[in-house]
Design a protein around this ligand. Structure first.
Ligand code: PMP
Length: 388
């Protein structure tokens, strides 16, 4: 039976992992600066994580949400302590799209309104409302286009104000650091004004922290770099280090009634065991601090490389914008140097999303490979130009 492949695939087959490395079936080691698309937070096959999941599946992997599950309480308490999101309520689900879908649905339930404001190049997932709020016509089907979404430019304060004052907007949804869209960020003034406008207009301010959350930006959530208070925070990716788990945090002023949100698998025992161990490792190994320090090191070296024209993002969610399209460079890094990196809609951008456990030695390996590859990339480009 043929597989339906959503993404163009590289011809590499990782079968195991350890820390910041994955290994193919021949034992070849690959340095993972992509983190399985910002999913691997505490490193591949972290021993504490493996132990926690194994122990839990032996005891009880799943039972319905109709019973008490103390692991959910433990996860919520640990999350509150580490994130500083005091008294927010936690609803657990299974993915980033599902988290945003629930955030948008809750906004609509509570405000009685239906229109959503989202931003250019934003990505919020592939479920119905989440994809409608995503700025990519290739993945928005006619059924989603029925949903009322207005896409504005980042930093368009006047636009947000005009839309919110029309009175029918239930939510403004934003990535504080855009992921797949290319690491663009709004200004502090913009985010803070949007926050104020939402509060003045009975509109939810939803922070999509699916990619930027869980310590990746150097703070627990990327919105915490600003003076804002989101009504709902959507999380996934790094939350389970590869185990499918997502969730939303709901501001204490919002009363979500039983039945508004729900799921069969969300918050199951195994997912909670994974989620708790991720938080414990983030805390024990001071990974938020490491993200900050390693980011500074990454950026310091990037500034010395002439082909890198812009450095975007925060923490270990970085984009290096080159003066050429990086498709060939990415291939070269994978096949010749055995280093995974990420791409973006902006073809000149190389995305760096390593596990938060990355260290200077790994960053040095990347730059050594990059410097070695650059003259070859230049030669290949020149050839291409001559062929035209
Ligand atoms: N929001 C953001 C910012 C994302 O980057 C993604 C995934 N790339 C999603 C939502 C969707 O998450 P998932 O694929 O887990 O549904």
């Amino acid at each position: 039976m043929p597989l339906f492949n959503v993404y163009p695939l590289y011809d590499v087959t990782p079968v195991s992992g350890k820390g910041v490395y994955v290994y193919d079936e021949n034992g070849t080691e690959y340095l993972d600066l992509y983190g399985g698309h910002a999913v691997i937070s505490i490193g591949h096959s972290h021993p504490k994580y493996v132990k926690a999941i194994s122990k839990q599946v032996e005891a009880l992997g799943f039972y319905s949400n109709a019973i008490q599950n103390p692991l959910q309480v433990k996860l919520a308490n640990k999350l509150e302590a580490l994130s500083g999101c005091k008294d927010y309520e936690l609803f657990l689900c299974n993915s980033g799209a599902e988290a945003n879908e629930n955030a948008l649905k809750l906004a609509s339930f509570k405000t009685g309104k239906s229109r959503v404001v989202a931003f250019k190049n934003g990505f919020h997932g592939r479920t119905s409302a989440a994809v409608a709020a995503t700025d990519n016509p290739n993945i928005v089907a006619p059924i989603n286009a029925q949903q009322k979404v207005t896409i504005l430019e980042l930093n368009d304060i006047a636009g947000v104000q005009a839309e919110l004052e029309k009175g029918d907007v239930c939510a403004v949804i934003v990535e504080f650091i855009q992921g797949i869209g290319g690491l663009d960020q709004g200004t502090a003034e913009f985010f803070e004004k949007v926050d104020t406008l939402c509060k003045a207009n009975n509109t939810f301010f939803i922070a999509d922290e699916v990619q930027s959350g869980y310590g990746r930006s150097g703070k627990f959530f990327a919105y915490q770099h600003y003076n804002v208070t989101p009504d709902v925070i959507a999380m996934a990716k790094g939350m389970g280090n590869g185990f499918p788990i997502g969730g939303i945090l709901i501001h204490p002023n919002i009363e979500a009634k039983f039945g508004m949100l729900g799921t069969t698998f969300g918050g199951n025992h195994l997912a909670c065991a994974a989620g708790i161990s991720v938080l414990e490792v983030i805390e024990d190994q001071k990974l938020m601090e490491n993200a900050k320090v390693m980011s500074e090191y990454f950026v310091k070296i990037a500034k010395t490389i002439p082909h890198i024209k812009k450095i975007k993002g925060k923490g270990l969610m970085l984009g290096l914008e080159f003066d050429f399209e990086v498709g060939d460079l990415r291939k070269r890094l994978i096949y010749d140097n055995h280093i995974f990196t990420g791409g973006a809609s902006n073809k000149k951008l190389l995305r760096i999303l390593p596990p938060l456990t990355v260290r200077k030695e790994h960053i040095n390996m990347f730059y050594e490979a990059l410097i070695e590859a650059l003259p070859e990339v230049e030669a290949a480009e020149e050839l291409q130009t001559q062929n035209i």
